[in-house]
Ligand binder design. Structure first.
Ligand code: MV4
Length: 446
């Protein structure tokens, strides 16, 4: 097993990884920008190294500085966390070239899934149903028009280098393809250094449902059920739950079977997530994430499996500690993402925390690096806490979530806690009747 792990991240996720390390008897190295000198992930780590000034480009994305920090502290392995360098195949490659273990999947799998056209092609080969669409990237306007005719309007233009909703456009007819395709290609080239775009049939009211996978690359593959992440605003997830209120037992079992079979065939290792759109009783692959995800704790709550611990064990060469038959998914879990933002305008709200009191009690977990007196810097992601609640049933979980939101006190900055308080009493949410567009309408901006 590793003796020392460098955590190439900040905030709550750096803390989350630190906790798994400590419980495994592994020492931790924090890296941080000058904006994070007083951050909790730095205070709790065994050692810390300042890797640059506040802009992420010069610190948390500064590969030479991170590799130097690993070298001078004698770390065995690097955990990239999420965001920043977590899905950068070049980073994973350099980590390995410098003699450290990258805690994550292979460079090849990160690269494959980063190219959404290649990922979709792989999904088809692995027997996963995909959204009907173009055969690979569209090469020209004529090609796009003929493919769109075959697929049927409306079609969605997506960027091969994109993902997470960036650079998408809905075309309702041939005229709109003519107008939108060149713009989409230009934008893709500028944003993602990849001009390739592809087409998919546009699904009008899907849910976003993803399956959590763990694989050891030695034949061991398990899934930890699905997460319903349909409650999003501007492609930012707001609240996630497991199991999905939209799936029946048969659909759930089928999703798990399809996902694990594919991952085994792919020879994938580490944690991963397969994303699907679910509409009218059918599910379609859209993307695969080759990293730990923000919402992973809800899967941990229902499975009792520490996903980060398994990532670390797998990276150290150990086989998975569980077979599918050992995985008993129990009860219901919900995560509320608490952002340092105004709850109505969503304007960022960095600043000093004047008061902090986290909820607790049975079935409640708060992942946060906040403390009283800490200043939330303006440079980074606005997520400051995750409230994760478990109950034996969805109703128990909802009651527990409501009382936890009442207990949660964060003063000195604006947070999205009041938004969650409104959301958890909305009849459609209570009834589980929502798709990816529901929250936008609820918030009154379509
Ligand atoms: C779609 C879609 C409808 N049809 N693909 C947006 C994020 C990216 N991961 C995929 N997205 C979508 N892809 C087809 N063929 C609708 C969306 C979508 C969406 C998906 C998940 C969560 C929120 C969303 C909000 C708007 C659109």
């Amino acid at each position: 097993m590793f003796e020392k792990i460098l955590i190439a991240n900040r905030g709550e996720i750096a803390l989350r990884i630190h906790r798994a390390c400590r419980e495994m008897g592994i020492k931790t190295v924090a890296v941080h920008s000058t904006a994070d000198n007083a951050a909790m992930h730095v205070r709790l780590a065994d050692e810390s190294v300042c890797i640059g000034p506040p802009p992420a480009r010069e610190s948390y994305l500064n590969i030479p500085a991170i590799l130097s920090a690993a070298q001078i502290t004698g770390a065995d392995a690097i955990h990239p966390g999420l965001g920043f360098l977590a899905e950068n195949p070049g980073f994973a490659e350099m980590v390995e070239e410098h003699g450290f273990v990258f805690i994550g999947p292979s460079v090849e799998h990160i690269r494959m899934m980063g190219d959404k056209v290649a990922a979709k092609r792989a999904a088809v080969e692995l027997g996963i149903p995909v959204v009907p669409g173009s055969e690979g990237a569209v090469e020209s306007l004529d090609h796009a028009i003929s493919e769109a005719k075959r697929i049927g309007y409306p079609v969605l233009i997506k960027a091969a280098g994109g993902g997470g909703g960036r650079g998408m456009r809905v075309a309702r007819d041939e005229a709109e393809i003519k107008e939108m395709l060149p713009a989409a290609q230009r934008e893709s080239a500028a944003f993602f250094a990849n001009a390739e775009v592809y087409l998919e049939r546009y699904l009008g009211h899907p849910r976003h449902i993803e399956v959590q996978i763990l694989a050891d690359g030695q034949g061991g593959v398990i899934h930890l059920g699905e997460r319903d992440c349909s409650l999003q605003r501007s492609h930012q997830k707001v609240l996630e739950e497991t199991p999905s209120p939209a799936l029946n037992a048969e659909q759930r079992a089928e999703l798990g079977r399809v996902a694990t079979r594919a991952i085994a065939k792919l020879g994938y290792k580490s944690a991963g997530t397969i994303e699907f759109l679910f509409e009218d009783g059918r599910f379609f692959f859209i993307e695969m994430n080759t990293r730990l995800q923000v919402e992973h704790p809800i899967s941990e709550m229902v499975s009792g499996i520490d996903i980060v611990r398994e990532q670390i064990r797998i990276a150290a060469g150990a086989p998975l500690g569980y077979r599918q038959a050992d995985v008993a998914l129990a009860g219901h879990a919900i995560e509320c993402r608490v952002n340092a933002e105004h709850p109505e305008t969503f304007a960022p709200s960095p600043g000093t925390i004047t008061g902090y009191h986290a909820p607790g009690g049975m079935g409640v977990r708060v992942d946060s690096a906040l403390y009283q007196g800490y200043s939330v810097p303006p440079q980074y992601d606005s997520l400051v806490a995750k409230l994760v609640v478990h109950g034996t049933s969805r109703n128990e979980c909802l009651m527990r979530l409501r009382r936890s939101l009442e207990e949660f006190v964060i003063t000195g900055i604006e947070t999205t806690i009041p938004l969650h308080q409104r959301l958890v009493v909305a009849p459609d949410f209570i009834n589980g009747l929502y798709d990816v567009h529901w929250l936008g309408r609820f918030l009154g901006r379509g």
